[in-house]
Design a protein around this ligand. Structure first.
Ligand SMILES: [Ca+2]
Length: 323
């Protein structure tokens, strides 16, 4: 089995293992029969408007297509205050019998420090360029570190080990959709103009942490001074100006767009969305594994991508709906 990795953010499945050979899982999903209020995310109304999207800041990654910054207009929409939780995803699976791509492939990427000792001998592969990702057979959304692990104490944490296709399937069921990159960044900025983070330009003030990223020496020693080594509850930390939680750090979030580094050069000024298949979907927000020493992609303008059938322990999603 071969695996490859993209940059530092997330390891990806190879094209040899494309979802095409398995079929597109979302096709079989139907919209849920009835709403279940206890599972409804808090959908925050984001008023339409213009904003400066992207950045050319010196601490950014121009090769990712973070800029050049430009004025973009988005129509009003709603976006969930939180990433989709394990509880919500379980309701989806219980209702539909949906089987995620990690389960269909039979494995997912688990961060090496989280692989239980009794599973470690059965790790089947470690990508050369991202050796902190281990291929763990049986790892999935409900067994995040592999067989024998569970989510019972993490029902309010973001679901992980879900592919773009899995996120899309959830959205079909819930009657929602993934946010576009432009919607995501507009929402993440929380009404602030040209700031680095959802709350301003300072990553933290004194000991006051604002998000769940990595402190210490990556990838071997995490001091967890922000309180979490892995995922945090979706409602951890303070929300931004739009009432949205964890738009920086915790887990990467799948967006609706296909990914291109030329995004700012080729998409429209109004409601931009890149719809030409490139083999990779956009992800935003960074994760609990991000550290400024090698990847400060917890900035609101930062971008990354992964193949739509890939899954790992640091990527989830939130939902949106048109106004
Ligand atoms: Ca952390």
């Amino acid at each position: 089995m071969e695996h490859s990795a993209s940059a530092c953010c997330a390891a990806r499945r190879t094209s040899l293992e494309s979802a095409a050979s398995l079929g597109t899982p979302a096709e079989a999903v139907t919209v849920r029969a009835s709403a279940r209020p206890e599972l409804e995310p808090d959908m925050m109304l984001i008023p339409g408007g213009e904003f400066v999207m992207g950045t050319d800041a010196a601490d950014g990654f121009p090769a990712d297509g973070e800029g050049p910054p430009r004025i973009v207009r988005v129509d009003g929409f709603r976006i969930s205050a939180y990433a989709v939780t394990n509880a919500q995803f379980k309701a989806f699976v219980d209702d539909t019998g949906y089987v995620t791509e990690a389960e269909r492939f039979g494995w997912s990427y688990v961060f090496h420090l989280f692989v239980p000792d009794d599973i470690r001998p059965s790790v089947t592969d470690v990508p050369q360029s991202t050796p902190w990702w281990h291929v763990v057979n049986g790892a999935s959304w409900s067994m995040p570190e592999g067989p024998g692990t569970g989510i019972g104490d993490r029902m309010d944490h973001p679901v992980i080990h879900v592919s773009w296709h899995d996120a899309d399937a959830y959205c079909r069921w819930s009657g929602q959709r993934l946010p576009t990159e432009a919607e995501w960044e507009y929402a993440a900025r929380g009404g602030l103009a040209r700031k680095t983070y959802p709350w301003g330009d300072l990553l933290k003030e004194g000991d006051r942490h604002r998000c769940n990223i990595w402190q210490g020496k990556f990838p071997v020693k995490n001091s967890e001074s922000d309180g979490y080594a892995g995922t945090a509850p979706v409602h951890a930390y303070e929300p931004n100006g739009y009432g949205l939680y964890n738009m920086a750090g915790n887990v990467w979030e799948w967006c609706a767009d296909w990914f291109t580094p030329a995004y700012h050069a080729v998409t429209a000024q109004a409601n931009p969305r890149f719809d030409h298949p490139t083999g990779k979907r956009s992800i935003r927000g960074g994760s609990y594994l991000c550290h400024r020493s090698y990847c400060n992609r917890y900035r609101v303008a930062a971008r990354s991508s992964n193949t739509p059938d890939s899954s790992g322990g640091n990527c989830g999603f939130r939902v949106a709906q048109s106004h």
